[in-house]
Ligand binder design. Structure first.
Ligand code: UTP
Length: 418
């Protein structure tokens, strides 16, 4: 009873009366489950994050500078050879691992199931996003005569569906013992009035807390320790939804080694000044990615002496870290951003509501917010047509249609070369 009363007092103080009403309607087992969940939730933190959604984010321009990068297409031949050799040595000696972040909800795509289980309509037969990633790793394994350990991050919401899918497809032929699936942490979803959403199983609805959770989840899941046991020195972390993602780019890896940095990233130049991507810069002397919504318009359009966008290097979730960098990032708290998304929920009458427009805030930390813990980053500019074909939206830009076109064009070019 005390536990229940404590929960009721807590919920009242945070204006969550609808959860009190729900609590009263539940049977003993369900009630106990909800009480346990309530105990674990930091309501103060959630309400602070909700209040922040109403504040305007301000960036002081004078603290920001552009960031140096190397253009892969313009490297001198001996420079490229040197980088490639350094990178190859690491991969060949089994010191390289890859992490795929597959814990997102994929709300914009609206596919029923984890995003990696989406089948892209390529070359008639089609390929699943997980299969496309597997192809890329398999190609690297063949080239460097190794088996790259592959870690896949899921959310509590999509973990079972991901495991079932990969099992059913026998990991698309990737050696099963080299695949590790781990799950990331979650936070409650909040509606526009600051009320926590209720899920179908009569609990507070939670969702993965952003791809910034990768670092701490790698540590909490034991994957970081596992990597250390395996002698891994460099870790690639990438998204699940870029069908041209190169997960074992020896030039990028070698460049990072050559420059003696702890983190490196592949960028592509912005398609236009107002493309909705985050861009690299230096803030207070540290590497940083500014989200498109947070970049002042004047800066978005600024060009340098060569007429190139000053803040034109987009972050495409193609990042590389030393194992020590992962360890460091896993121990530092990251800030949370809010994203306004469509999330179904159970209303006070017990009816499921499936919104057609965004209705709730999801709080997410971003993978790139850890960059500022480091003094430097090596950035290699890739090519959009070789490196970036994301599947984000159902239609229009960055949709299955655009990704299919880019994927097929890329592979037609490669096949012509071979
Ligand atoms: P996005 O930010 O594009 O989010 O994720 P999303 O969930 O895939 O799609 P929307 O915004 O709901 O439509 C970029 C990458 O980060 C992963 C995604 O799976 C994708 O690979 N991610 C995102 C996570 O692993 N966990 C998260 O909590 C969020």
């Amino acid at each position: 009873m005390d536990k229940e009363q404590d929960a009721i007092d807590l919920l009242k103080s945070y204006g969550q009366n609808h959860i009190i009403n729900l609590l009263k309607k539940l049977d003993e087992v369900k009630k106990e489950e909800l009480l346990e969940q309530i105990e674990k939730i930091d309501f103060g933190q959630i309400m602070e994050l909700y209040d922040n959604t109403k504040k305007k984010i301000e960036i002081k321009e004078n603290k920001i500078e552009s960031i140096p990068y190397l253009d892969k297409a313009k490297l001198r031949e001996e420079q490229k050879t040197k980088f490639d050799k350094l990178g190859e040595e690491i991969i060949k000696s089994g010191k390289y691992a890859v992490v795929t972040m597959a814990g997102g909800q994929g709300t914009r795509l609206g596919h029923n199931g984890p995003k990696g289980t989406f089948k892209l309509d390529v070359y008639g037969k089609g390929k699943y996003l997980f299969e496309i990633l597997k192809d890329n790793l398999e190609e690297a394994n063949k080239k460097y005569d190794t088996v790259i350990p592959w870690y896949i991050m899921t959310s509590k919401e999509n973990n079972q569906a991901t495991v079932d899918f990969l099992e059913k497809h026998n990991y698309f032929g990737y050696p099963k013992e080299a695949v590790t699936i781990f799950t990331q942490s979650e936070l409650p979803l909040v509606d526009t009035e600051g009320k926590l959403l209720i899920s179908k199983d009569m609990k507070i609805k939670e969702a993965s807390d952003g791809n910034g959770g990768t670092y701490s989840s790698l540590r909490a899941s034991g994957c970081l320790a596992d990597m250390k046991n395996k002698g891994i020195k460099w870790v690639f972390i990438g998204g699940v939804d870029n069908v041209l993602l190169k997960m074992a780019d020896v030039t990028l890896l070698g460049m990072a080694v050559d420059k003696g940095v702890q983190i490196a990233s592949k960028s592509v130049v912005k398609a236009n000044p107002h493309e909705k991507v985050g861009v690299f810069c230096k803030m207070n002397g540290h590497p940083k990615v500014i989200e498109y919504a947070e970049l002042p318009e004047k800066m978005a359009e600024e060009v340098d002496y060569d007429g190139e966008l000053k803040y034109g290097e987009s972050h495409i979730m193609c990042n590389l870290y030393t194992i020590d960098a992962i360890e460091k990032a896993s121990k530092e708290p990251l800030i949370y951003h809010s994203a306004f998304k469509k999330n179904s929920y159970i209303d006070e009458e017990g009816k499921e509501i499936i919104p057609t427009e965004p209705n709730s805030y999801k709080f997410e930390s971003f993978i790139f917010d850890a960059f500022e813990f480091f003094d430097d980053i090596a950035i290699l500019r890739g090519k959009r047509e070789d490196d970036f074909a994301p599947v984000k939206n159902r239609e229009g830009v960055d949709s299955p249609k655009t990704a299919k076109e880019l994927y097929e064009k890329y592979w037609n070019r490669q096949n012509r070369k071979n």
